[in-house]
Design a protein. Structure first.
Length: 144
């Protein structure tokens, strides 16, 4: 006598469809070589917008470990969009400050307690490639 084969087990439920996350555009950042004497600028950053909440996490993630945990960021208040006084970046709280002083409207200041301060030239987001490249090269090459 032939017995029928047992029924096949049910198929596992299909995983929910998750569209691929779009790749982040390449970070436009140049840093002066570590170990050089103190300088006015430590590098140049060319963000894609003046939206600090969007731009800052990618910048901070790309900084050298030797710079330590950046706990404070100061930008020129007239240029950047509204932002809270603090934000969480890579599970670390970062204090955001906006300065209205006119002495350095084109820089972002990064503070890491116990490690130091770094000033980056901010190339305006709407700058074209031909104009941005010499600005970034000058910031890291000492030609100011």
């Amino acid at each position: 006598m032939i017995t029928p084969a047992p029924p096949a087990p049910p198929a596992p439920p299909a995983a929910p469809f998750r569209p691929a996350r779009p790749a982040l555009p390449a970070l436009r950042l140049r840093l002066a070589p570590l170990g050089r004497p103190p300088r006015r600028l430590d590098g140049a950053w060319w963000p894609r917008s003046y939206d600090l909440l969007t731009e800052l996490p990618q910048l901070l993630a790309a900084l050298p470990r030797a710079w330590g945990h950046i706990a404070g960021v100061t930008v020129h208040g007239g240029d950047w969009s509204a932002s809270p006084g603090r934000m969480l970046v890579c599970n670390q709280v970062v204090r955001l400050r906006k300065s209205v002083a006119g002495h350095a409207p084109d820089t972002v200041v990064l503070i890491a307690p116990g490690h130091g301060r770094w000033d980056l030239l901010v190339v305006p987001p709407d700058t074209d490639d031909d104009a941005a490249e010499p600005l970034m090269a000058g910031a890291v090459g000492g030609r100011e």
